[in-house]
Design a protein around this ligand. Sequence first.
Ligand SMILES: [Fe+2]
Length: 122
Amino acid sequence: MHKDETEGQIERLQQFFEIISKPARGKTCEAIQGIISEGEEIIEEFKDSVALDAGLISSAQAVEHYEISRYGTLKSWAAQLGYTDAVALFDANLQEELATDQKLTDLGEMSANPKGAKKKVA
Ligand SMILES: [Fe+2]
């Protein structure tokens, strides 16, 4: 589901570049590459453990937290620079990332860490 949302987020980013009349272009994010590498290490280390799902969820949440940080910053910058249409675009992406993070928290507490469901973290 979040993969489909991400496609929509890319479309919103393309709309932003249209607003500022600049060409959209991709760039490798070293921070995300590092989180992916960390996830690969978790897979290798916990591949035979019941803790694997919890570890993978933690990696997925690290990605979401990074995205939340970036969209929050972009939303603020857009507001400060007077790009009101862009504020809505970045906020839409931000809300999807926040919702995904919450779903991952719920999944981690309810499925991957059954004992965590009994001791829900406030
Ligand atoms: Fe995301």
